[in-house]
Design a protein around this ligand. Structure first.
Ligand code: TRH
Length: 402
C-alpha cells in the first residue's frame, strides 16, 4: 500500500486495526472535539476498532449529548469510550492493548501503558497527533520519528495540514455532499434546521455565527455591526464569551433562545449544540467567526466566508501561525479582498482595547464578502481533493504493521 493515496479511499481498502486514542482536555473543547471526530470517523468510515480514553467526560458530553458523563465505560457511535482518571492511581492497561496508540496533542501517556507497549510484540504504532498549523516546517516534521530513550519504542509525529505532504484534515465520508445538499437553494434543509433552532430570519437578514474567546474586540464588533447603514444582521452567540460580551455591551442579561434587537443587529444566544448541529449552523450562515482548531476546520468545510480567532499562545507564537494560514488562504484573491481579509483577521486577533481600528477593518471586510464567498467555495473544493487525516492515519499504521 503506498504511503500516499487518492482522496476517497474506502473502508475496504484498509485492514481492521485496534486503536487506543488518549485525549486530555486541556481547556475548552478543541482537544476532545478533534479526538471525537477522529474516533468516530475511524470506526464508521474505515471499520476500525477504537477505544477513546478521555479525562474529562463533562466537557465531552457537551459535544456528544448521548454520552453519560457518570459512566466509566460506554459505547457510542461505534467507539468504546473510557473515562481516564489521570490522577486516579495506576492505569489498568487492557490485556488486549491496541495495535495503534495515539497520544492526542502530546498528552503524556500513563507509564503503565508505555511499559505495556514495550512488552507487546510487535509493539504498537505509537503516534503523537499534533496541532494543526499552516507553517511550512510542518511538511518536514510530518511522520518524523523519535525513539524513547529507555523503552526503545519509536514515536511518530503526525501533523494535520493543508498540503499533500502533511496528514491533511479530518473530513468524514459524505461531508461535502451533505453540505452541498443542505445549502442548495430550494432544498429546504437549511430553513427546516433553522426553524428547529428557533431562528426566524427576516427577509434579507444576514446570518452570522460568533464563536469566540473573551476579547474587547467583541464589543467593537457589535458596535460595527450596528453602525450607520449596517445591513440587518442576526448574530448567533455561541457559548459563553460571546453571550457575556453581548450582555455587557447591550446592558441586558441575555439568555438562550431570547433574541435582543438593537438597531440593525439582533443578538441571538443559542444553547451549545451537538457537533452535527454545530456543523449545520456553520453551513447555514453567511459568515462564520470561529476559533481554536476544530471550528476553524469546520468553517472551511462550510465553504462560507470566515474569520479565525486563533488560540493565544505563549510568546505570541500564535501570530506566526495566523500569518502562515493567511498567506496560504489569501492566495488567488483579488488584491482588495485579500487586503480586507488580512486587515480584519489581524484586527480581530489583536486585543488592543480602545483602538478604533475595527470599524474600518469591518467595513472593508463587509465590502469584500461577495469575493470571499466565491473564494471560500474554491478553497474548500481544493482541500477536499486531498486525502483526509483519518485515512492518512490508517494507511500509515497499516504500512508500519505489515
Ligand atoms: O474550544 P476551542 O477554543 O478549543 C481550543 C483549540 O482547539 C486550541 O487549539 C486548543 O489548544 C485549546 O482548545 C485547548 O475551539 P475549537 O477547536 O473550535 O473546538 C470547539 C469544539 O466545540 C468543536 O469541536 C465544535 C464544538 N462545538 C459544538 O459541538 N457545539 C457548539 O455549540 C459549539 C459552540 C462548539
Amino acid at each position: 500500500m503506498p504511503d500516499t493515496a487518492p482522496p476517497n479511499a474506502s473502508r475496504n481498502d484498509f485492514p481492521v486495526l485496534r486503536w487506543e486514542i488518549f485525549c486530555a482536555v486541556v481547556d475548552n473543547y478543541g482537544d476532545i472535539g478533534v479526538c471525537w471526530r477522529l474516533a468516530r470517523q475511524l470506526a464508521h468510515d474505515y471499520g476500525q476498532q477504537v477505544r477513546l480514553w478521555v479525562d474529562d467526560l463533562g466537557a465531552f458530553s457537551r459535544l456528544a449529548p448521548g454520552l453519560d458523563s457518570g459512566r466509566e465505560r460506554q459505547s457510542l457511535n461505534g467507539v468504546t469510550v473510557h473515562h481516564w482518571p489521570r490522577q486516579g492511581g495506576p492505569f489498568a492497561v487492557p490485556a488486549d492493548l491496541g495495535q495503534v496508540v495515539v497520544e492526542a496533542f502530546a498528552c503524556p501517556l500513563p507509564d503503565e501503558a508505555e511499559a505495556a507497549m514495550a512488552r507487546q510484540s510487535p509493539p504498537p504504532v505509537w503516534l503523537n497527533l499534533e496541532y494543526l498549523s499552516a507553517e511550512a516546517w510542518v511538511e518536514d516534521c510530518h511522520r518524523m520519528v523519535s525513539r524513547h530513550p529507555r523503552l526503545g519504542l519509536d514515536k511518530h509525529f503526525f501533523f494535520p495540514g493543508f498540503t499533500p505532504r502533511t496528514g491533511g484534515l479530518l473530513r468524514e465520508a459524505g461531508l461535502i455532499e451533505a453540505r452541498c445538499r443542505f445549502q442548495a437553494p430550494g432544498s429546504g434543509e437549511r430553513q427546516a434546521f433553522l426553524a428547529v433552532q428557533g431562528i426566524d430570519l427576516a427577509p434579507g437578514e444576514q446570518l452570522v455565527n460568533l464563536f469566540a474567546y473573551a476579547s474587547p474586540r467583541l464589543a467593537d464588533l457589535f458596535q460595527a455591526m450596528n453602525g450607520h447603514d449596517a445591513p440587518p444582521t442576526r448574530l448567533l452567540l455561541l457559548d459563553r464569551h460571546a453571550r457575556e460580551a453581548a450582555s455587557a455591551w447591550s446592558g441586558e442579561a441575555l439568555s438562550e433562545g431570547r433574541p435582543l434587537r438593537v438597531g440593525a443587529l439582533t443578538l441571538h444566544p443559542l444553547p451549545f449544540l451537538p457537533q452535527e448541529g454545530f456543523d449545520r449552523l456553520l453551513w447555514s450562515a453567511d459568515l462564520n467567526l470561529v476559533r481554536g482548531e476544530d471550528s476553524f476546520v469546520r468553517a472551511q468545510w462550510a465553504a462560507r466566508p470566515f474569520v479565525w480567532q486563533i488560540y493565544p499562545q505563549d510568546e505570541e507564537a500564535h501570530r506566526i501561525k495566523l500569518e502562515a494560514f493567511l498567506e496560504r488562504y489569501r492566495a488567488g484573491l483579488p488584491t482588495a479582498a485579500a487586503d480586507a481579509l488580512t486587515g480584519f483577521w489581524r484586527t480581530w486577533n489583536d486585543a488592543a482595547p480602545g483602538d478604533a481600528g475595527l470599524a474600518g477593518a469591518w467595513a472593508a471586510f463587509s465590502t469584500a464578502l461577495p469575493a470571499l464567498a466565491a473564494h471560500a467555495e474554491a478553497w474548500c473544493d481544493r482541500l477536499a481533493d486531498q486525502e483526509n487525516l483519518a485515512a492518512a492515519l490508517v494507511r500509515f499504521c497499516a504500512n508500519r504493521l505489515k
